[in-house]
Structure formats: structure tokens, C-alpha cells
Design a protein around this ligand. Structure first.
Ligand SMILES: C[S@@+](CC[C@H](N)C(=O)[O-])C[C@H]1O[C@@H](n2cnc3c(N)ncnc32)[C@H](O)[C@@H]1O
Length: 287
């Protein structure tokens, strides 16, 4: 009986699918040790590895790592790239005036260089995404238009722009602008041919039986999400939970190329998804 099944001639549909792309046998082979994709010097250090739960944290430059990782291996990417807003300005934190600077990695390199960077990492992500895989990218005005334009240039299919509304956003101290209280999260499929996964029914259920809209009201991270230390641009677990539930199934592989404190990893573990997080700062991986 089993041999019959194995010898079964491929149907046209099956043939077409296998010609379209070659999936790695083990989806977690994306970045496994000793993988043949690493023909050159290994561009990362495995900072944390939990093979039982298929969780990995890699320390290194995400572009170098992704350019050598297995093609068509990731189901979903969440990326929270540098905002490029650390320009010496001020902001308000816990009622006090504080510097807006997040770190060296967040210094603007100028509009053109910033856009080159967007193109480079988005291209690297597109290569590792499965044909029907999707990517979510969050950002503020400083970078999100470059990300959107780069996505269009690379042939991604933009599915939605989510407006993340932060009810508890800090006030604007200068009183010369409206209070910044939103971030945009772009959701896109690998290309026009992608048949992306969307858990429509679950999202509707979360929204009391009505179609979920693209404005999401979610508070900035809760105090308990920072009990092991915090990242200057940490995302709330609630945001990542919704994103993962909307666009992946259990055991799918989720990857975050700018993982910081790995909010994406925490939500992936809670929801039974495999996870690879990349960051070049050890201090953040430690969180
Ligand atoms: C906006 S933060 C991400 C925060 C994260 N979403 C969280 O919830 O903690 C961007 C992160 O990208 C990292 N980063 C910037 N450029 C990178 C690169 N080329 N390769 C790897 N990591 C990078 C920074 O160290 C920083 O932690």
C-alpha cells in the first residue's frame, strides 16, 4: 500500500507546485548549523538555541545572515527596522523630558542611504520568504514611506497598512505638533502570485463578530513586559500576538531580522510557532 502511494504519478497541480519552488525538507533548516547554504564564513553566532521548541537567537548583521540562509524557508517575517530618528531631539517619558536617541544603530544616514538600507534588507527577506509567505514591517514616518516604496520596487504585494493607535502615547512637549500616537504596520506578501494565509474568522471573532478593520488600538508595552529589562523601541506582546494569529498556523516558522528584546519570539513561543530572531546587539538579545 505505501509503495503504491509513493509511485503515484504526480498530478498536474502537484507538479506545478513543486516546479514553482523548492522548500527545504525541514522548515527550520533556514539557518541550521552546518547547512550547505553557508558556503562562506558563518556570519553569525548562535546566541540561544532551543531545538526542542525550534527557537533560535542569532547575533550578527541580518543582511549578511539572510543572504546566506535557505531560500523559501520562512512562513512569516515581522520586522521592526531602525527608525532612523535618533537625531539629538527630545521626547517625553514618564512625564519627564528625555533624549529621543535610541542608540548608534538608529542614527540616520541621510534619506538616500536609509532607503538603500531598506531595499537591501527587504530584498534579503523576500528571498527567504516562502512563495505564499508574508512580511509585516512596523515604523514611524521617519522610515515607513521608504519601506513602502522599497516594497513596491521589489515587487512585494502590499496587503494592508495597519494603523497601530497607541492610546497611552506620551504628550508632545514642544506643543508645536499634534501628539504622535500612531505607527504604521505594513503587511505584504512575497509577490503578486502569492496566495497568502489570513485567519479571517479568528480576527472577526476577536472583533465581536464584526470584520476587523485596519485601525488597531493597542497600548505600548505593559510594565510586566519590561521586568527583565527593556528595549528602547520595544513592541507590545499584544501587537505581535495579533499579527502571528492573523497570518500563521501552528508550527509555522516566524523570523524577526531586527528582533531587539524578541517580543516576536515571546509571542511565537506562547502560540506554538517556530522562531528565529536576529540582532547585532548582544545587550538586546540578552533581554
Ligand atoms: C526598532 S528595534 C527592534 C525592537 C524589537 N521589535 C523589540 O520589540 O524589542 C531595531 C533593532 O534592530 C537592531 N539592528 C539594527 N540594524 C541591524 C542589522 N543590520 N542587523 C541586525 N540587527 C540590527 C538594533 O540593535 C535594534 O535592536
Amino acid at each position: 500500500m505505501p509503495s503504491k502511494i509513493h509511485n503515484k504519478p504526480k498530478t498536474k497541480a502537484r507538479q506545478k507546485k513543486s516546479q514553482r519552488y523548492s522548500l527545504p525538507k525541514d522548515s527550520f533548516a533556514f539557518i541550521s548549523e552546518g547547512q550547505t547554504a553557508y558556503s562562506k564564513e558563518k556570519p553569525f553566532i548562535v546566541y540561544y538555541d532551543d531545538p526542542k521548541r525550534s527557537i533560535k537567537l542569532l547575533k550578527g548583521d541580518c543582511i549578511k545572515i539572510l543572504n546566506q540562509a535557505g531560500e523559501n524557508s520562512v512562513d512569516m517575517i515581522f520586522a521592526d527596522p531602525p527608525y532612523f530618528l535618533s537625531n539629538g531631539g527630545i521626547t517625553c517619558h514618564a512625564g519627564k523630558m528625555v533624549s529621543v536617541n535610541k542608540g548608534k544603530w538608529d542614527k540616520s544616514r541621510g534619506v538616500e542611504e536609509n532607503h538603500k538600507f531598506s531595499l537591501e534588507w527587504l530584498k534579503a527577506c523576500q528571498r527567504v520568504l516562502k512563495p505564499d509567505g508574508t512580511i509585516w514591517v512596523s515604523g514611524t514616518t521617519h522610515i515607513i514611506y521608504s519601506v513602502g516604496f522599497a516594497m513596491q520596487e521589489l515587487g512585494y504585494k502590499i496587503l494592508n497598512d495597519i494603523i497601530w493607535y497607541k492610546r497611552n502615547a506620551p504628550p508632545n512637549l514642544s506643543c508645536r505638533y499634534f501628539t504622535h500616537s500612531t505607527e504604521i504596520v505594513l503587511w505584504a506578501a512575497k509577490n503578486e502570485k502569492s496566495k497568502h494565509y489570513f485567519n479571517y474568522q479568528l480576527m472577526k471573532k476577536f472583533n465581536n463578530g464584526k470584520q476587523m478593520r485596519n485601525v488597531w488600538q493597542i497600548s505600548t508595552p505593559l510594565a510586566e513586559e519590561k521586568k527583565f529589562g527593556k528595549h528602547p523601541t520595544q513592541k507590545p506582546v499584544e501587537l505581535l500576538t495579533r499579527i502571528i494569529l492573523a497570518s500563521t498556523k501552528e508550527n509555522d516558522l516566524v523570523m524577526d531580522p531586527f528582533c531587539g528584546s524578541s517580543t516576536t519570539g515571546v509571542a511565537s513561543i506562547l502560540l506554538n510557532r517556530k522562531y528565529v530572531g536576529i540582532d547585532f546587539e548582544e545587550e538586546y538579545l540578552h533581554l
